[in-house]
Design a protein around this ligand. Structure first.
Ligand SMILES: [Zn+2]
Length: 267
């Protein structure tokens, strides 16, 4: 499995590939600007070129951009919705300038906001960069399918912590099989393009999003092995959005994930 982390862009895009390489990444994810602000700094040509050169030189693939936190395209507040759509259009343009392969948006609508969300998504277009919808700690894939069936160009990103927190018990092989059957029936498994590999600090069905170190949370090693040994999953990119704490950092999580993916390969 091609593995990577979410990498900080704070020093400039051109420093991201080296940073990814130093963490042992084959692929990586980043933001296209400050994730907590609406304003985006201009990206210099020098920064774009340095970034692209590094990506090629270090054979980092795919390049994944995660949307910022503020946009709410399903908001019932019309002004916020308009601003959110405009902001995502800008972020997608920035992802394209950086030749990103994927752009990830969280699936945030409540049941009554699904139409608004679908309408917002239908206004986002990209040529090179493919848009992916990511499940959250309260998403059901069946409900995501209600949106995705109308937008065939959009793919899916599965976050392991979010799946577990929304009630899919990855520790149970049968539950993993059922989850993928649900994805197949309501979305189509071929639309799954990326896995976010995070353990969960909260219990099954908690609906509370807390990422934790691989194998050290409630999902545990067995949960990851169940997921990774499902046919086709090892061919997808796996991005860790794990914390760095005094007891465990990126190096340990990468080592653990490599070990688990090798084990799954041998099964
Ligand atoms: Zn995620």
């Amino acid at each position: 499995m091609r593995l990577g982390f979410h990498i900080s862009i704070s020093k400039g895009f051109r420093y991201v590939p080296e940073r990814a390489l130093s963490l042992g990444c084959d692929t990586f994810q980043m933001f296209s600007g400050n994730p907590r602000g609406w304003k985006k700094k201009l990206i210099s040509t020098e920064d774009v070129e340095g970034f692209k050169e590094g990506v090629i030189k270090h054979k980092l693939h795919p390049v994944i951009v995660h949307s910022s936190y503020l946009p709410r395209i399903n908001s019932v507040n019309k002004d916020l919705r308009k601003r959110s759509i405009a902001s995502l259009i800008t972020e997608i343009k920035r992802a394209e300038v950086l030749s990103a392969n994927y752009f990830i948006i969280h699936f945030t609508p409540k049941q009554e906001e699904i139409e608004l969300f679908k309408d917002g998504l239908s206004q986002l277009h990209s040529e090179y960069t493919k848009i992916l919808l990511e499940n959250t700690a309260s998403s059901r894939f069946k409900v995501m399918g209600e949106v995705l069936k109308h937008l065939p160009s959009i793919g899916l990103c599965l976050d392991t912590a979010h799946s577990f927190e929304s009630g899919y018990d990855l520790r149970d092989e049968n539950a993993v099989r059922d989850m993928f059957s649900e994805i197949q029936d309501f979305i189509g498994i071929e639309r799954l393009k990326c896995i976010h590999l995070n353990d969960s600090k909260t219990q099954l069905g908690s609906k509370i999003d807390r990422h934790w170190h691989i194998g050290k949370g409630y999902i545990g090693e067995k949960g990851f092995l169940n997921l990774l040994s499902y046919p086709g999953i090892l061919s997808l990119p796996g991005i860790m959005e794990t914390p760095v704490t005094s007891e465990c950092g990126n190096a340990e999580n990468m080592k653990q994930m490599r070990h688990l993916s090798n084990m799954a390969k041998a099964l």
